[in-house]
Write a protein that binds this ligand. Structure first.
Ligand SMILES: C[S@@+](CC[C@H](N)C(=O)[O-])C[C@H]1O[C@@H](n2cnc3c(N)ncnc32)[C@H](O)[C@@H]1O
Length: 233
């Protein structure tokens, strides 16, 4: 695949509110040990990325404040998690939670990446992942901005490459046009088989679903979430 910036996908903000000194310190002290450095080649077996023995690997793209990622880590102790979030304030939120829960002994089943997920997807070995979550990606609701959406043919190709056969790509959104858009692109992609359809319950949350911060906002504002699942063929 071409390393073409036009095919990259980060259009959001990297920084928001000024970080508190404690958050800044966490970024300096904790992130370097957990951050994936793409300068080195990825190991052939992705499980070697983790300090702890893990059975499979799950990726969450754009984890926001990391609430869902932490919930999944707790729920699936044998899985290695990679969390991606280029928004510094989101990363700082997750690090604060990690410090609170684990103090100095960071979990060996977690790696983080603080840049555009497309770079990580291109770096990971083929078939390395058992699951990819894209939960409430930036919606870009205006038609003239739809091309900025994370879901597109190139990125689905990227996701398909890193998922093992049978691996799941989960996409949740509260924006109808984005849900239809993603359904359409996955149908076109050949790499995925759609699980269920609109009539069979796109509105049913995933098993043991904790919600996300963005979802709570959408619900407060009266928008209805959809939960799509695509299986890698
Ligand atoms: C609307 S927020 C949702 C956050 C979280 N998933 C939730 O549901 O609360 C979308 C997140 O995706 C991140 N994001 C946007 N483009 C991205 C990219 N190319 N790679 C990784 N993350 C990205 C943004 O920084 C933002 O935090």
């Amino acid at each position: 695949m071409r390393d073409d910036l036009a095919l990259r996908a980060f259009f959001g903000r990297r920084k928001g509110k000024k970080l508190r000194p404690g958050q800044y310190a966490s970024l300096q002290d904790i992130l370097p040990a957990l951050r994936l450095d793409l300068v080195h080649n990825a190991p052939d077996d992705g499980r070697k990325l983790f300090a702890a023995p893990v059975e499979d690997i799950h990726l969450e793209i754009g984890f926001g404040g990391g609430e869902h990622l932490l919930h999944e880590m707790q729920r699936r102790p044998q899985t290695g998690f990679i969390g991606v979030e280029p928004f510094v304030n989101g990363m700082a939120k997750l690090l604060a939670q990690l410090e609170h829960r684990f103090e100095d002994d960071m979990p060996g089943c977690l790696r983080l990446y603080d840049d555009d997920a497309t770079k990580l997807l291109d770096w990971l070995p083929s078939g390395a992942l058992s699951g990819v979550d894209l939960l409430y990606p930036d919606p870009w609701p205006k038609k003239k901005h739809w091309k900025r959406r994370f879901v597109n043919a190139h990125n689905l190709e990227r996701i398909a490459r890193v998922l093992r056969p049978g691996g799941l790509f989960r996409f949740a959104s509260d924006i109808d046009s984005y849900v239809e858009w993603t359904w359409h692109y996955c149908q076109e992609s050949h790499g995925f088989e759609c699980q269920g359809n609109q009539e069979e319950g796109w509105d049913i949350p995933y098993p043991d679903w904790p919600g996300t911060r963005y979802e709570a906002k959408a619900l407060r504002e009266g928008r209805k979430p959809a939960y799509l699942t695509f299986r890698r063929i």
